[in-house]
Design a binder for this molecule. Sequence first.
Ligand code: SF4
Length: 436
Amino acid sequence: MTAAPPMLPTGGCIDMASGAKTTLPVIRERGQHEVFCGLTGIVWLHRKMQDAFFMVVGSRTCAHLVQSAAGVMIFAEPRFGTAILGERDLAGLADANDELDRCVKQLLDRRPDVKTLFLVGSCPSEVIKLDLHRAAERLNERFFPQVRILNYSGSGIETTFTQGEDMCLKSMVPHCPNGASDIAKPELLVVGTIADVVEDQFVRLFEQMGVGPVRFFPPRHARDLPPVGPGTRLLLAQPFVSETARALIARGATLLSAPYPFGVEGTTAWLAAAAAAFDVPAEQFRRVIAPAADRARKALERYVPRLSGKRLFMFPDSQLEIPLARFLHRELGMELIEVGTPYLDRMMVSAELALLPESVQLTEGQDVERQLDRCRDAQPDLTVCGLGLANPLEADGLRTKWSIELVFSPIHGFDQAGDLAELFARPLERAERLLV
Ligand code: SF4
């Protein structure tokens, strides 16, 4: 149902994981899968980029998905909407391009605050082969420089859940200005959406270490695109931005391979990768991170007795599964039964794979009925899965955690480590309370 990620283009990759163990056995499944489409990413992307508007070119189903996932914005002007393809468009009786141009003009007349407009493709726009790339070019001629118009696909035919963000960021890469060409003068670019509050925490730590300049992608304003060039060092905050990372590498950037910043261990290793690239002395690094790392360790202590030894089964959904499994196993003592991921892209997770126990069963892709059978046979204490699978599994007496919550909540960094553990402890505690 979905396209495989492309091959790694030429460019650099520094692997910070020593002796990376990347040969864990993987079950590859290519059957029916249950996961949201890439339109879901609009929910967090529109909050992050405050001058951007996301116009889905799709059906009423697409409109319902985005609206119900994002909630109704009663007091604020929303920064997403759907240009609905009606029956006449779908039947080819109306010129969908004319209709689209009319919708875009209407929107931009009403919303002069919009500086970047994303035309987001969907299953219906793909089925009728509406060329949104050409539409964006045509509309750019008309509206640039007042607004920059970009396009990407969030269709369920091409993307799963978190891949929508990857497609969105990738569409911005060609518009990033040329960055520092001096390879000896590095600049750090953190890639993948993180909550503003977490971004501010990381900025403070980088400043204290002497790492900089630091930019974030996506930026808070879509107009404020970061420069990219041979001096750019990429530090990935999300494991699902693989195509964006490859596009940035193709522009000359170098990837710093590291575990993702979840929990004390992941956050320390992630920051250490940046510190090493900027020649921060080890003593200075330790001194800067010590207070926050100690706070995080303390916050996690109370969850260890609650989660240690509990058996975990993760369905493939958000692509956060492998880093989170590493955190839950190594810092909270959970036992990993099966860890699924929609894609296993070794460039993105080699440092994580090196930290997983050899006993873990990894799966890539999904054949949902077979995976449900394995889950029911295993009777895990906790199952992480999409919304659609949670109710049937709860009805079978299993405890579940919705993976979508993990994408919507601030979970990166030291100060969020306790909250991250709490997300997994809560369903188990609720179950225990119901039993007494
Ligand atoms: Fe459904 Fe496709 Fe629209 Fe997503 S893009 S809501 S999968 S029709």
